[in-house]
Design a protein around this ligand. Structure first.
Ligand SMILES: NC(=O)c1ccc[n+]([C@@H]2O[C@H](COP(=O)([O-])OP(=O)(O)OC[C@H]3O[C@@H](n4cnc5c(N)ncnc54)[C@H](O)[C@@H]3O)[C@@H](O)[C@H]2O)c1
Ligand SMILES: O=c1ccn([C@@H]2O[C@H](COP(=O)(O)OP(=O)(O)O[C@H]3O[C@H](CO)[C@@H](O)[C@H](O)[C@H]3O)[C@@H](O)[C@H]2O)c(=O)[nH]1
Length: 443
């Protein structure tokens, strides 16, 4: 089939590459000409395992190309995917201006029947708006559909080629037939719904996953006070198939370009119809507070942070990505700097992006984790990169001024911690916390 994908962010680029991989002819469009030039040279603007190789082989096979000319892409395609950003407005609502702009451009260039599919995460009613905008400009025949995207950064290619399900929301039999044919090589689990339900499925899924994370983070806070181990609690809960083991890792709260934005947007969507989504508001508040538990633990260990040197390992919002959008590290580092600390930061790949996000004077950007830790009063682990997991904790303790570690991701095992001389603080595992000369704070 002939596909146009508009927007070459995570979703557009990965979807475009994967659609070509399963045998379609794909043109990806972006209005950022520098990005298009880079992509045409075979360079990938994001770090995503496996993407560069797959993109190169499909470009070479003549199945995938990039352009900034939307008219060309539309004329050569049967199905047009809208995959532009829907960032938060200051109110928390989704900013639909990019989606609307694309709808207007499609309306201006459409010359024959097309299926217009929204892949961007959009509030209920947006596909109706796309339909209205296109038909206000053009009298050509078209159908609209909502096919939300569920990929995760860091495993985006794998998720796209092996999805748990594909949701297809449309009111057109013709669109259902084509979209089923397009997606069937990826999975047999195709969920056909009305458009509004499809739009809602995406927000409800992200809000539910965010709720699981805030839930386990609150459990971890209670574990710290009652002397239970949250990792064992999550394991014990996860064997119950009704609960499931995933998204029960306690830590420093969720970040990234989706959960923070989509939870806020769903609160706004509910508010528009006079519904107070109290549960989700609490999820957001718990998540914001959880970021600062790292600071509280540092203060417990060091007292005032003024003039203290704090090493930070990990800036990306999760491992295997260089994306730092709404990374908890942004809030934490800003707070450390405001408290008068000097920061030595290291991330395997996200430093360049992070430097564009924070404007903090008292920070140095280190080339490797041990350089960052050298001479530090304490170390905070904010992203669970694999390269940190294998570091010799005794060697680490030996180069720090004070061997204090706040492990915000529960990266280290009980054995590793107990064999080390670190003064160690975890998330919800108080039995491992070694306070100077005192027994762990277990009630
Ligand atoms: N990032 C993720 O992991 C993820 C996963 C699932 C769903 N989503 C959703 O998918 C959507 C896209 O997210 P993203 O992270 O890929 O976005 P992004 O902001 O990284 O990329 C959007 C791209 O669209 C381009 N663009 C904007 N206006 C355009 C126009 N008029 N014509 C052509 N190109 C245009 C931009 O230049 C940019 O390259 C959002 O709604 C997001 O919520 C994202
Ligand atoms: O048990 C867990 C799982 C995740 N996280 C954090 O949650 C955030 C989001 O992680 P993840 O969901 O793996 O990454 P995203 O790439 O943001 O993917 C989410 O957001 C995308 C955009 O909507 C959706 O497509 C995906 O299905 C959804 O998982 C990160 O900060 C993680 O550190 C935890 O703290 N504990």
């Amino acid at each position: 089939m002939n596909i146009a994908v508009i927007g070459t962010g995570y979703v557009g680029l990965v979807s475009g590459v994967c659609f070509s991989e399963i045998g379609n002819q794909v043109i990806c469009v972006d209005n950022n000409e520098a990005k298009v030039e880079m992509l045409n040279e075979g360079n990938v603007p994001i770090y995503e395992p496996g993407l560069k190789e797959l993109m190169a082989s499909n470009m070479q096979a003549g199945k995938l190309s990039f352009t900034s000319n939307i008219a060309d892409a539309i004329s050569q395609s049967d199905i047009i995917f809208i995959a532009v950003g829907t960032p938060s407005l200051p109110s928390g609502e989704a900013n639909l201006s990019y989606v609307e702009q694309v709808a207007i451009e499609i309306g201006s260039h459409i010359e024959s029947y097309k299926i217009i599919v929204t892949k961007s995460t959009v509030p209920v009613g947006t596909n109706d708006r796309v339909r209205e905008l296109v038909s206000s400009i053009s009298s050509q025949p078209f159908d609209v559909a909502s096919v939300p995207e569920f990929l995760r950064e860091g495993s985006a290619v794998k998720d796209t080629l092996n999805p748990d399900r594909i949701v297809i929301g449309t009111d057109s039999d013709r669109a259902i037939k084509s979209l089923k044919k397009l997606h069937r090589p990826l999975t047999e689990n195709l969920i056909i719904t009305d458009i509004r339900s499809a739009e809602m499925i995406k927000y409800a899924s992200n809000a539910f996953l965010a709720t699981k994370i805030s839930f386990i983070n609150e459990i971890s806070n209670i574990c710290e006070k009652v002397g239970a181990d949250v990792t064992r609690v999550a394991e014990g809960m996860g064997y119950d198939k009704r609960i499931g083991a995933s998204f029960l890792k306690a830590g420093i709260g969720y970040g990234g370009s989706c959960f923070p934005k989509d939870t806020q947007a769903l609160i706004q969507i509910a508010g528009m119809v006079d519904y107070d989504f109290r549960l989700l508001k609490s999820v957001v508040q718990v998540n914001q507070d959880q970021r600062f538990h790292v600071i509280h633990k540092l203060e417990e260990a060091l007292g005032s942070l003024k003039g203290k040197t704090i090493a930070v390992w990990g800036l990306a919002f999760k491992p295997e990505t260089d994306d730092v959008r709404d990374a908890p590290a942004i809030d934490i580092i800003q707070h450390l700097s405001d408290a008068g600390a000097v920061i030595k930061a290291y991330d395997p790949i996200a430093t360049a992006n992070f430097r564009k996000e924070v404007d903090v004077a008292s920070i140095t950007w280190e080339e490797n984790p041990l350089h960052a830790a050298e001479g530090a009063d304490a170390l905070c682990v904010l992203t669970e990169w694999k390269e940190f997991a294998h570091i010799d904790l005794n060697e680490l303790a030996g180069i720090m001024k004070d061997p204090i570690m706040i492990d915000g991701r529960n990266l280290y095992s009980a054995e590793q911690v107990q064999a080390s001389t670190l003064q160690y603080y975890s998330v919800g595992r108080p039995g491992l916390t070694k306070l100077e000369g005192k027994a762990a704070a277990i009630i």
